[in-house]
Design a protein around this ligand. Structure first.
Ligand SMILES: [Zn+2]
Length: 328
């Protein structure tokens, strides 16, 4: 289902000749070597966690160009935190369903979260107006909460800076009565910007007067923290949908941040290995494994560099894909 949607969006994008920078396609190419993390990316490319039960384990199998076979299995560990081993944390990110992203990415975001906290405190300290008070109404949000907000139409995006503890919502009160809007939000926004924070009142498309965040937009966050690309990649079709909907009616100006994000996501993937969406019959060199894979179905990806194929299995079914490289 998700794959079909992506194909539709991509064809819409190319027909209407929108900004070509958001387009990325997997071109069949010969790959001579791969790292474990590439296999995890490839598995994620063909995975859709939104529709499936979370996996218990993930097995990576690599046959190099000499035919030498190596294998690696990861078991789901809900307490896992990002560490130095890229393949391990990417695999865990597939296995853990909707983790606490702030905790999972703590190693990556520690400094930014600390800085954001202190800027937030000083905004609160500097907001001094007679009869008015401000407090933070919503700060860190779990991925589960964010997805439910999106489902109910309260948020457009699947991933928010709130998920990484890099955004907060401000509520302003006049004599203890909550104000939904008004000049005081502009004043709060001006102080926030003065501190180096970014204010939601400046958002084009859907201004959010009570929102402050640590980065200009998600693309900026991604450029500072390329490791987070994996997180955003998971929701790529959602962002494409938001972009295409506006671009189609000639309002690309309203979704500049989304376009910027898609561009940043592409920058990190161009030149990287991928699986091409082309029908592929069972390769002769795969027949040896097929019986045992079908008898023992589990999430696995098997890449054969000698014959240039990949097999991705989630449930009892598996599919073969030609190998390729992401290109514009
Ligand atoms: Zn917010």
């Amino acid at each position: 289902m998700r794959k079909a949607l992506i194909l539709v969006f991509l064809s819409v994008i190319s027909c209407a000749s929108y900004s070509q920078s958001v387009v990325r396609t997997c071109q069949v190419s010969r790959l001579d070597s791969l790292q474990w993390k590439d296999l995890v990316w490839m598995f994620a490319q063909q995975d859709s966690l939104t529709e499936l039960e979370p996996h218990q384990s993930l097995t990576l199998i690599l046959e190099d160009s000499q035919g030498l076979r190596t294998e690696k299995t990861f078991q789901s560990d809900s307490t896992f935190r990002m560490n130095e081993s890229v393949d391990e944390y990417l695999a865990q990110r597939i296995l853990i369903d909707k983790p606490d992203l702030t905790a999972f990415w703590a190693l990556e975001l520690e400094d930014d979260i600390r800085l954001f906290k202190s800027l937030k405190d000083s905004l609160q300290a500097k907001f001094k107006f007679r009869h008015y008070a401000m407090r933070y109404s919503s700060e860190t949000r779990s991925l589960k909460q964010q997805l439910s907000l999106q489902k109910r139409g309260r948020s457009k995006i699947a991933l928010s800076m709130h998920n990484f503890s890099l955004a907060a919502d401000v509520a302003i009160y006049r004599k203890k009565r909550y104000l939904k809007r008004g000049l005081m939000y502009d004043k709060m926004g001006a102080i926030a910007k003065d501190q180096g924070l970014f204010w939601g009142g400046d958002f084009v498309g859907f201004p959010d007067l009570g929102h402050i965040q640590a980065f200009k937009n998600s693309a900026e966050l991604l450029r500072q923290h390329p490791n987070l690309a994996f997180e955003f990649e998971h929701f790529k079709s959602n962002y494409e949908q938001i972009y295409v909907q506006k671009a189609q009616i000639g309002r690309e100006d309203l979704v500049q941040d989304t376009r910027d994000l898609l561009e940043a996501m592409n920058e990190f993937r161009l030149g990287q290995p991928c699986l091409c969406d082309k029908a592929q019959p069972i390769p002769i060199s795969a027949q040896f494994w097929m019986n045992s894979y079908q008898q023992n179905p589990k999430p696995r990806i098997h890449v054969n560099l000698k014959d240039q194929w990949a097999y991705v299995q989630r449930g009892s079914n598996g599919y073969f894909f030609p190998l390729g490289i992401w290109q514009r």
